[in-house]
Design a protein around this ligand. Structure first.
Ligand SMILES: [Zn+2]
Length: 118
């Protein structure tokens, strides 16, 4: 894959992450519940808590994805972008098109995921 194209895709992904992170952190969406009012509304508390955990999880996912994208941008600078980090083989263009932050070819990625890395 062309470095310019890869950089563009990654930059677009970063912008999308910023948007999702804004939502996950509650900017411009529903308000994060006021802790002081919690005890009076036990039923609400349950769903707010679930909501909050979901947001928290999303923030974590986003920061992990952001890290992967930053790493990929670094690899573009280093000239190692588009190669599998395990065996150094070129990664499919189709795969990079779908996941420009990919750092492994599909077989190695699947192997890594089987070992519990999500
Ligand atoms: Zn590989």
């Amino acid at each position: 894959m062309d470095r310019k194209r890869a950089k563009k895709l990654l930059t677009e992904q970063l912008a999308e992450l910023d948007e999702r992170e804004g939502w996950a952190r509650g900017d411009g969406g529903e308000q994060v519940p006021d802790q002081g009012a919690v005890s009076q509304h036990p039923a609400d508390y349950g769903s707010d808590l679930a909501n909050e955990m979901e947001r928290e999880l999303m923030v974590q996912t986003i920061s992990r994805e952001r890290q992967q994208i930053m790493d990929a941008l670094q690899r573009i600078e280093d000239g190692t972008y588009g190669r599998c980090s395990v065996d150094g083989e070129p990664i499919d263009d189709a795969r990079l098109e779908a996941r420009p932050e990919a750092e492994m070819c599909l077989p190695h990625q699947e192997e890594a995921e089987r070992h519990g890395q999500r």
